[in-house]
Design a protein around this ligand. Structure first.
Ligand SMILES: Cc1ncc(COP(=O)(O)O)c(C=O)c1O
Length: 460
């Protein structure tokens, strides 16, 4: 019996506790979770009675949290829950409680938890060859590159290990491209990005990330980055026309920033301005790419193609991967030794990513995402819009935001107590819903009902 089978054999029977109006934990916590492909079965311990308003932390949970506080650098303000297993769109905590996962490991687990085909792909590959470095060739890496190129605007790809590393590579490629394009020595070296954007935490990507609190403690970050209001094409054009800009980085749909979608005019205007000025256009689809919007790539919604695109989160459903997709003019500027990584594109991760692509590219998969997303937003509007705290429900496909006029933390905590796991975004006033793309209509309805029932938490 493999780990998935043993998990199924003892799958927790506990259902999400019925939402209790006003239920909340004492502390307001933001969620940060990651995922795994094969998790051990949760212990068959008792869970709170249905309808219980609060989740009391068990001794087992507290022990993990205390050790975390003692042994792990305190960079995360975590949700008060210890996850030990997942299956489909459900997560299970150390006490056997079940949660409906509307976070998907921050838009990562597109195919949910422990998808049997992914478990098989990862298991088989790990028995053949897990890692060999980029010193030699490996088959899954080349195959994945081919699949990504065939499915996109790109001519070539570079593999990294995370979203920030993909953006870091895109920054380097931009600089190198401009240096080759300006052999006389006056290559533009600066970058434009936008308000509410998030591009990562390494020094280059961080320099392009708008949130001041993320950058300030680490300054000086990479110099030469300029921020323009998201959607303000006139302002962006002025900066791009300065001739100093190597590349413009933009998320077609902003995730961390609060679920804001670009308009076609904005992205087309950036494309035209970049072409006129000789700047590169980079789409960061780390969060919104690979089916999340109901389109394989978010740029397809707009009919505007970038010169480079970065991907990460869902591509290997939780195994670390990042990719830069580039057109030929950029690839032509990159030489041996210009960039590299030990782990990037290893066969274990790439074979799993191929299994993810197989499923997302199945006929009808993306149409389902679109349909479920539309129905979900409509359902949320019907159930929530009578509440005075709910300002807007927005998004596309299965990246959905509920903007509130107050911090979302108490609502997110109450929903966690009631068995639904959510994220926040924006300035903490947006509930972010990025469930696995395989979520069912019934599960989305359940999430909408729990959120509605927990809204009174916003008044306490
Ligand atoms: C749009 C976008 N770009 C880049 C990143 C950074 O990715 P990572 O956390 O894998 O470094 C994120 C992470 O949330 C993101 O949403």
């Amino acid at each position: 019996m493999n780990s998935l089978q043993s998990f199924l054999a003892v799958a927790p029977v506990v259902k999400p506790a019925a939402a209790a109006a006003g239920a909340r934990l004492p502390s307001s916590r933001r969620s940060r979770v990651s995922s795994c492909l094969a998790t051990p079965a949760p212990p068959p311990t008792a869970a709170p009675a249905a309808g219980a308003a609060r989740r009391e932390l068990s001794a087992a949970s507290r022990a993990v949290m205390e050790d975390e506080a003692k042994y792990i650098v305190g960079t995360y303000k975590r949700a008060q829950v210890v996850f030990v297993a997942g299956r489909g769109c459900k997560l299970y905590d150390i006490d056997g409680r079940e949660y409906l996962d509307m976070a998907a490991g921050i838009a990562v687990n597109a195919l949910g938890h422990c998808d049997p085909d992914l478990v098989d792909a990862a298991t088989d590959q790990s028995k053949r060859l897990g890692h060999a470095s980029n010193v030699g060739y490996t088959v899954p890496q080349v195959e994945l590159a081919k699949r990504l190129v065939e499915a996109s605007f790109a001519d070539r790809v570079f593999f990294a290990n995370s979203g920030t590393e993909a953006n870091e590579a895109a920054i380097k490629f931009s600089r190198k491209y401009q240096r080759v394009a300006h052999p006389d020595g006056d290559a533009p070296t600066e970058f434009v990005s936008f308000s509410n954007c998030f591009h990562g935490r390494t020094m280059g990507s961080l320099a392009l990330t708008s949130k001041v609190q993320y950058r300030e403690p680490f300054e000086p970050v990479m110099p030469g980055s300029k921020f323009v209001e998201y959607g303000n094409l006139e302002e962006a054009k002025k900066v791009i026309q300065s001739g100093k800009i190597a590349a413009v980085f933009v998320e077609p749909v902003q995730g961390e920033g609060g679920i804001h979608s670009a308009t076609k005019e904005f992205l087309q205007g950036l494309r035209d301005a970049c072409d006129e000025a000789g700047a590169l256009l980079v789409f960061d689809e780390v969060q919104c790419g690979l089916g999340r919007t109901g389109f394989l790539w978010a740029y397809e919604i707009y009919g505007v193609e970038p010169d480079m695109m970065t991907l990460a989160k869902p591509l290997a459903n939780g195994l670390p991967i990042g990719v830069v997709l580039v057109n030929e003019k950029i690839a032509a500027a990159i030489n041996y030794g210009d960039h590299g990584t030990t782990f990037g594109g290893n066969p274990f991760v790439c074979q799993t990513a191929l299994a993810v692509l197989d499923k997302i590219q199945k006929p009808g998969f993306l149409a389902e995402v679109t349909k479920k997303g539309e129905n979900f937003r409509q359902l949320l509007k019907t159930k929530l819009s009578g509440n005075p705290h709910v300002k807007e429900i927005r998004g596309i496909g299965l990246i959905v935001g509920i903007e509130l006029d107050v911090p979302a933390g108490p609502l997110v905590d109450a929903c966690l107590d009631a068995g639904v796991f959510l994220l926040t975004a924006g300035k903490g006033n947006v509930v972010r819903l990025v469930p696995p793309l395989i979520v069912s209509e019934k599960e989305l309805e359940q999430a909408a009902e729990v959120i509605r029932d927990c809204l009174p938490a916003l008044d306490s």
